[in-house]
Design a protein around this ligand. Structure first.
Ligand SMILES: Nc1ncnc2c1ncn2[C@@H]1O[C@H](COP(=O)(O)OP(=O)(O)O)[C@@H](O)[C@H]1O
Ligand SMILES: [Mg+2]
Length: 251
């Protein structure tokens, strides 16, 4: 195996995924992923940017095995991803974290921890660590009902860190957050990287991506239109490329 391949933690090769949406005319086909290829290297912060509906969440769900691709290859940790044990090396923050208002962070984290196979003292230590890390210690026994969006998102991050995963996949981690909430998430991503972990996150907030990512893949209508390192005017560049992609499609 070539060194560059060994350093890869994730590789997508020509991944296609369509959804059939039933209608009175027999249904329309949405090509959510249209031949997506890219790879993520170990210890990299890799960002997937695109407009709403461009295919980011579908791409992430395909990587996680939550949706199956119609064709193409997804390889995780240099294997075909079919071994369920690989999942324990992954952390996932869904786009809209699901939390029950009547529960407390402590209860939710114990539940998730046990789902991931953590038990006893080790689980208690991990919970203390992630609560401290996300500044939720003093809220650990409060009901989630009264939590702000930022606090819920921090709990989501705490959950993804619980099992000490080496590769974290975060779907729109800054979605709906105020500047302070965004700064918190930015700090977590930077710290997680410093610990030697790898991060893939999706976003449509280009200014945040510019500050964080080592590499950026621009996705539009299910196609990767450019992979680049963040640079000044990333947003302008992104919008220009989208316009060009649309023009090319219409020509
Ligand atoms: N389960 C589904 N059923 C039908 N269409 C879907 C489904 N999931 C996603 N889509 C469609 O696929 C496209 C890409 O969606 P998505 O991956 O959620 O984009 P993003 O996360 O970039 O906003 C959209 O047109 C969306 O409507
Ligand atoms: Mg999405």
């Amino acid at each position: 195996m070539a060194r560059s391949e060994k350093d890869e933690i994730l590789r997508l090769k020509e991944v296609y995924k369509s959804f059939l949406q039933p209608s009175i005319f027999g249904g329309t086909l949405t090509k959510a992923l249209n031949g997506v290829s890219f790879s993520v290297k170990k210890n990299e912060v890799f960002s997937l940017i695109g407009l709403n509906g461009s295919g980011k969440t579908t791409c992430i769900k395909t990587i996680l095995g939550l949706t199956s691709a119609d064709s193409g290859e997804v390889s995780l940790f240099n294997s075909d991803g079919s071994d369920p044990r690989l999942r324990s090396r992954l952390g996932y923050l869904p786009e809209i974290p699901y939390f029950k208002g009547d529960f407390t962070p402590l209860e939710m984290l114990s539940f998730w921890g046990r789902l991931s196979g953590l038990r006893g003292n080790y689980l208690r230590e991990r919970i203390d660590t992630v609560l401290g890390y996300t500044s939720l210690t003093q809220h650990a026994r409060k009901k989630l009902k009264g939590f702000s969006r930022g606090m819920l998102q921090r709990l989501g991050i705490a959950q993804t860190l619980l099992s000490d995963a080496e590769f974290l996949i975060l779907d729109e981690p800054m979605g709906g957050l105020d500047p302070r909430g965004m700064a918190d998430i930015r700090r977590f991503i930077q710290e997680i990287k410093e610990e030697g972990r790898t991060i893939l996150f999706s976003s449509h907030i280009i200014s945040e991506v510019e500050k964080l990512a080592d590499r950026v893949a621009m996705i539009h209508q299910g196609r990767i239109i450019k992979i680049t390192s963040p640079h000044e005017n990333l947003e302008e560049d992104f919008l220009r490329r989208i316009e060009k992609a649309e023009k090319d499609l219409n020509d």
